[in-house]
Design a protein around this ligand. Structure first.
Ligand code: DQA
Length: 147
């Protein structure tokens, strides 16, 4: 198995740090990428950290991960609640999948309570802020290690 973990971010997460900081905090996506890169190195992995505002772009990144990556960590953002296409793409990926939400979606509007991606995810982390990415990285690495 390749020593690569793909970390995917959905729409509007390029605005992290600027967008609704009372909900999503002040860290930028670059800050999250830096923290993930450092932790992954400690765990013995490289990461492919990506963001797209397009559903099809995310689907194609998941397809690419089939060939390159041992695991996927994904914050599908708003597509969490709408996208059968992303669920289907993840179902075509063989390794562990961790779903991350910065905010606690269950404390928010009812439309955020349902996730299509959770039907495939091996675990879900919500409400841990951007630290959720690091928790997810540790967990997918241990799932890959145990496979
Ligand atoms: C989010 C929660 C989603 O409901 C929302 O659409 C996002 C971000 C989170 O990280 O808390 O864009 O996935």
């Amino acid at each position: 198995m390749p020593k690569l973990i793909t970390i995917l971010n959905g729409p509007n997460l390029n605005l992290l740090g600027k967008r609704q900081p009372e909900v999503y905090g002040h860290e930028t996506l670059d800050d999250v990428k830096r923290a993930c890169t450092a932790l992954a190195a400690e765990l013995g992995y490289d990461i492919d950290f990506q963001q797209s505002n397009y559903e099809g772009g995310l689907v194609e990144m998941i397809h690419a991960a089939r060939e390159t990556s041992a695991a996927i960590v994904i914050n599908p953002a708003a597509y969490t609640h709408t996208s059968v296409a992303i669920l289907d793409a993840l179902n075509a990926f063989d390794g562990p999948v961790g779903e991350v939400h910065i905010s606690n979606v269950h404390k928010r509007e009812a439309f955020r309570h349902h996730s299509y991606v959770s039907q495939r995810a091996d675990f879900v982390i919500a409400g841990a802020g951007t630290e959720g990415y690091l928790l997810a990285l540790r967990r997918v690495a241990s799932l890959v290690g145990g496979m």
